[in-house]
Design a protein around this ligand. Structure first.
Ligand code: UDX
Length: 467
């Protein structure tokens, strides 16, 4: 896809968004300077190593190595081009607001440019950030630097494709010419461009993520009602999704959404609204439903196994979704800690994600078979393809009790039962229970943690950086 040399670009932030953006623009023929503040990261990138897993990205970086420069020097990046992309992370604070400190650092570190430049905001920021950045630039005598909001809509696992084949490009500018300049970068792409004022562009990103999260919580609640009424959520989603006004996407029931965006951005939007005196009730419910959804697996296990103390539970999948090694806000983390609190012996396996200190107390295994050996239940937490063949005789024979809780509805219930497993999905008919085990000990009530409304532990948040 590489064409003739195009205008050079600078990227601030060599995290996930910055590297995907920079590498894709390099693929489109731009010389790109990527700047980060972490020396080890820059060293590794110069050596051709990526700090995280994203399908197709390593190949892109390798193929475009000559057009990609990595630097620690903010001035070098600022002088390299007119368009300065801000791709730093905006993690949640304890109040649920987005932490913009890295954005302010980029602005503080800008050198005195004696020519025109444009800051292009890719990071997800609260509505009103553009105005504040404009004021900060003026305060620094940099009012000749323009500002454009150009949010990213990249989903982990297919970010390169999302960048190259976007549904739409959103460009919100204070000055028409700046908006034209940024829009032109995407002119080769077969996608509509939404030109907006800066505040609306900022809101489009937050609203899109909040709406997608709402669909997930909605279908999860439908699934929960299906369970008590005998309907099958997979059929329901199929029938609902064929309505052209609704569409089929983001109607997969499961153990709840995680990742670096939905939990953070739904909270940030809720917080943004309440800071302005508006109580965003629907979003509060979406967040609460999601917290409860992660914990419903515990009740499903108890239904078959009674108390979970000393029961061996295999968690299959640690990443928040398939095709990523990202465990930020992953349902697996909540599930593991609830199971440990119940006294279970927790084994875990993921094809790619490596939990490190995040899952203290959990035995991390190297294969599905190792994880399920002697287990009383196997729980599918992430929709990795590898788990679609879980209901095998090998797995059944390895388990102490052949019970599968399918938190992603990956398996065919009938086939799993025919293979000798008790099977329970999300929003699907249950296996008939022969005899419930004695529950001689009250188990803790599954309510959202005190951290609800807060997007996870600081440890979890610091472990990775999306942008
Ligand atoms: C999301 C948005 O899709 C992207 O546009 C935005 O810029 C960043 O946030 P991402 O967090 O990478 O991307 O993952 P996504 O594929 O959207 O999934 C988010 C979570 O929702 C995952 O935990 C996934 O398992 C869950 N999910 C998704 C469901 O539970 N059901 C669905 O139907 C879809």
């Amino acid at each position: 896809m590489a064409g003739q040399a195009k205008e050079p670009l600078s990227i601030f932030g060599a995290g996930w968004v910055g590297l995907v953006t920079g590498s894709c623009f390099a693929e489109l023929g731009h010389e790109v300077v990527v700047r980060d503040v972490v020396p080890e990261k820059i060293e590794r990138l110069r050596a051709g190593e990526l700090p995280f897993f994203e399908p197709g990205l390593a190949e892109l970086v390798e193929r475009n190595a000559e057009r990609l420069t990595f630097t620690l020097d903010a001035a070098e990046a600022a002088h390299a081009s007119e368009l300065l992309f801000v791709c730093v992370d905006t993690p949640p604070t304890y109040s649920g607001d987005a932490d913009l400190s890295r954005v302010w650092t980029v602005i503080d570190e800008l050198p005195q440019l004696d020519r025109r430049g444009i800051l292009v905001m890719k990071s997800t920021v609260p509505v009103g950030t553009g105005e504040k950045v404009r004021a900060a630039l003026e305060g620094r005598g940099l009012s000749h630097i323009g500002y454009v909001s150009n949010p990213e809509f990249l989903a982990e696992g297919h970010a390169v494709d999302d960048f190259m084949r976007p549904d739409r490009v959103v460009v919100g500018a204070f000055a028409e010419a700046d908006g034209d300049h940024v829009s032109a970068l995407y002119s080769e792409m077969d996608a509509p461009t939404v030109r907006a004022d800066v505040a609306s562009a900022e809101m489009i990103k937050l609203a899109a993520n909040a709406f997608l999260a709402t669909r997930i919580s909605f279908i999860n609640e439908i699934a929960n009602v299906c369970e008590v009424t005998g309907a099958d959520v997979e059929k329901v989603a199929e029938g609902v999704g064929l309505d052209h006004r609704l569409g089929p996407h983001f109607l997969r029931a499961g153990v709840g959404f995680g990742g670096s965006c939905f939990p953070k951005d739904t909270n940030a939007l809720k917080q943004l609204a309440s800071n302005s005196g508006y109580h965003f009730q629907l979003l509060s419910a979406v967040i609460e439903v999601n917290e409860l959804q992660k914990r419903r697996v515990i009740n499903k296990l108890q239904k078959y196994l009674g108390r979970l103390r000393e029961k061996r539970i295999a968690l299959l999948g640690l990443a928040f979704k398939a095709n990523t090694d990202d465990m930020r806000e992953a349902p697996s983390v909540v599930l593991a800690s609830r199971l440990l609190a119940e006294g279970a012996d927790v084994r875990a396996y993921d094809p790619v994600a490596r939990p490190g200190e995040l899952l203290r107390g959990v035995s991390v295994c190297e294969s599905v078979l190792e994880a399920v050996r002697g287990a009383d239940a196997a729980v599918i937490v992430t929709d990795w393809d590898e788990f679609r063949s879980l209901a095998s005789s090998e797995v059944r024979d390895a388990m102490r009790r052949p019970l599968i809780i399918d938190g992603r509805n990956l398996l065919d219930p009938e086939a799993a039962r025919a293979a000798g497993f008790d099977y329970e999905g999300i929003g699907r008919a249950s296996s008939p229970l022969a005899a419930l085990p004695e529950t001689d000990e009250p188990s803790s009530v599954d309510v959202p943690s005190e951290a609800m409304g807060q997007t996870g532990s600081a440890e979890n948040a610091e472990h990775f950086s999306r942008e």
